[in-house]
Design a protein around this ligand. Structure first.
Ligand SMILES: Cc1cc2nc3c(=O)[nH]c(=O)nc-3n(C[C@H](O)[C@H](O)[C@H](O)COP(=O)(O)O)c2cc1C
Length: 182
């Protein structure tokens, strides 16, 4: 199963729309997936006591990461970085098994012209530090507001193709790593 992280909790987030596009690519490849939408994080997780005692309502999020064969992290660019809530989510997950030897791939998007390049590279640094396997094929979506139609669908066939290629390549990468460790 591939866990797909929608990396912000902002209402009406474009990230969530791009996640919809990413999901479609995995669906069309008949891959099983689970969505981890940070907009659905339970309020209890934001209590300072959560570092010590994880609320039970967080268990499905943590378990999905632990049970996944690979993670797809879709992140917007916030202040030249990724959203604070995504770092907080990472910090709430079980250490070290959540990311250790787990394949991870990245999609970035932004309103501006950088397409979350820095956000993705900063995430790669964190996941690299945590001994995840970083899939090298990243997808960046700059000027995201121009690339979504009224239904929130990507209107750019080139980007759709890049997401297709990434999903196909990432599934193969996950399979190869599984066969090495199995
Ligand atoms: C707190 C915040 C900071 C942002 N900083 C940047 C930025 O540094 N560069 C940029 O291109 N867009 C920035 N944006 C715009 C987002 O890239 C834009 O909202 C885009 O739609 C993706 O984020 P979303 O999933 O919240 O919609 C920022 C948005 C927010 C809410």
């Amino acid at each position: 199963m591939i866990a797909i992280v929608s990396g912000t909790n902002r209402p009406e987030s474009r990230t969530r729309m791009i996640v919809g596009e990413v999901i479609e690519r995995y669906r069309s490849l008949s891959a099983s997936y689970q969505l981890l939408d940070l907009a659905e994080l339970p309020a209890e997780i934001f209590s300072p006591t959560a570092y010590q005692d994880k609320p039970d309502v967080f268990t499905p999020f943590a378990s999905t990461v632990l049970e996944s064969d690979g993670l797809v992290v879709v992140t917007p660019e916030y202040n030249g970085s990724f959203p604070g809530v995504l770092k907080y989510f990472i910090d709430m997950l079980k250490f070290p098994e959540s990311f250790e030897n787990r394949p991870v791939c990245f999609v970035g998007l932004s309103a501006g012209s950088w397409g979350a390049l820095r956000a993705v590279e900063q995430l790669q640094q964190i996941f690299g530090y945590r001994n995840a396997y970083l899939y090298p094929g990243r997808v960046f979506i700059p000027e995201v507001y121009r690339r979504l139609d009224d239904e929130g669908r990507l209107n750019d066939p080139d980007l759709v193709q890049r997401l297709e290629r990434q999903a196909d390549g990432f599934l193969k990468f996950v399979g190869q790593i599984k066969s090495l460790s199995g």
